[in-house]
Ligand binder design. Structure first.
Ligand SMILES: NC(=O)C1=CN([C@@H]2O[C@H](COP(=O)(O)OP(=O)(O)OC[C@H]3O[C@@H](n4cnc5c(N)ncnc54)[C@H](OP(=O)(O)O)[C@@H]3O)[C@@H](O)[C@H]2O)[C@@H](O)CC1
Ligand SMILES: Nc1ncnc2c1ncn2[C@@H]1O[C@H](COP(=O)(O)OP(=O)(O)O)[C@@H](O)[C@H]1O
Ligand SMILES: [Mg+2]
Length: 287
């Protein structure tokens, strides 16, 4: 089971330069669903990362308490609110997005769990599932067959354990992830150091990133980035591969300036532009 390494050479098989005549309508509309009282920051980070990865339009679906926070901190993002003040209870919106990311800061309220169930039952849009949306699925494993083929899930090790159970070795973890991926036809972004992507029998291993990423919200940012790429019409596996590569690259670029300790999730977002430019061999050091 040799992995395919996600390096610059592999990335250039997936990366597409934007068309000169594109416009925001063509660049894709993404929705990020998440947030709860005290965790609106997760959706703020995720939606800003989504925009900064190139998506034309981004809308968030959040509980009411996040309205002012979102509108003031990211004026470019549109906001639709739930009827509840502190958590999501019913996911409804009129727009037709090309991709949806769900989970950052979502919380585990029973009403939120039911809202996720109802959403999954009718959803036909490409999806990235992270954080509490994964934890909700772990608590309700009978809902897993509702996921469309090629849905991307982005668990950190604890979220993965809640989904697939404990493992005794790295090999066993990968075997169990392959079995899970095949059972539900999911793309699993197994976050960690290194991050691996499992697409049924194919294993990819990322080569970018460093310990600076061990900071609150860095996974929420990754969810926004992958959702953005999906909305821009990347195939799900390409969105996952390019997303983890660019995400890690931001930390490699920022490290000489921030060191490991002072790098925060917002620094990932700040450096997405330089990460993109380095794909086009434009040396970000001289910008
Ligand atoms: N600003 C905001 O609004 C933010 C909001 N956020 C939101 O909070 C919600 C809860 O998400 P969460 O990941 O913090 O909690 P949870 O699922 O219980 O997992 C934590 C446990 O998992 C483990 N663990 C984690 N990583 C690991 C690793 N690499 N390697 C090994 N173990 C690892 C570790 O377990 P331990 O090692 O302590 O046993 C840890 O205690 C979610 O909605 C998220 O979006 C956050 O994103 C932060 C910023
Ligand atoms: N030591 C490390 N080396 C490389 N990447 C790391 C390291 N620690 C964390 N990361 C990356 O940071 C992200 C953390 O995601 P997650 O745990 O979901 O954070 P949060 O929930 O706080 O947003 C993942 O992409 C993971 O691969
Ligand atoms: Mg997370």
């Amino acid at each position: 089971m040799n992995p395919i390494y996600i390096d610059q050479k592999e990335i250039l098989k997936h990366y597409k330069q934007p068309d000169k005549y594109t416009h925001k309508g063509i660049q894709g509309h993404a929705i990020i669903i998440g947030g709860s009282y005290g965790k609106i920051g997760a959706v703020t980070l995720s939606s800003k990362a989504c925009l900064k990865t190139g998506c034309g339009l981004v809308t968030v679906f959040i509980p009411k308490c996040g309205y002012d926070i979102l509108q003031i901190s990211i004026p470019e993002v549109m906001v639709v609110t739930d009827n509840q003040e502190k958590f999501i209870s019913n996911i409804t919106f009129d727009i037709k997005p090309q991709a949806i990311g769900i989970g950052p800061g979502l919380g585990l309220e029973i009403e939120t769990q039911q809202a996720v169930y109802k959403f999954l039952k009718i959803n036909k849009t490409s999806l990235v599932i992270d954080a509490d949306a994964l934890n909700i699925l772990s608590k309700n494993k009978e809902w897993l067959p509702l996921l469309l083929p090629k849905t991307i899930i982005t668990p950190h090790p604890k979220e993965l354990e809640r989904l697939i159970g404990k493992w005794n070795s790295e090999e066993e973890k990968i075997d169990k992830a392959i079995t899970f991926s095949k059972q539900y036809h999911l793309i699993i972004v197994m976050k960690g150091a290194p991050t691996r992507i499992i697409d049924e029998d194919t294993i990819y291993e990322n080569t970018t990133g460093n310990a600076a990423l061990a900071t609150a919200g860095s996974g929420d940012v990754l969810t926004g980035m992958i959702t953005s790429l999906l909305a821009q019409s990347y195939e799900p596996i390409s969105a996952a591969i390019l997303g983890v590569y660019l995400h890690g690259l931001t930390a490699d670029i920022a490290l000489p300036e921030t060191g490991y300790q002072s790098f925060i999730a917002s620094d990932i977002i700040t450096n997405i532009g330089k990460a993109y430019l380095s794909l086009e061999n434009k040396d970000w050091n001289f910008l």
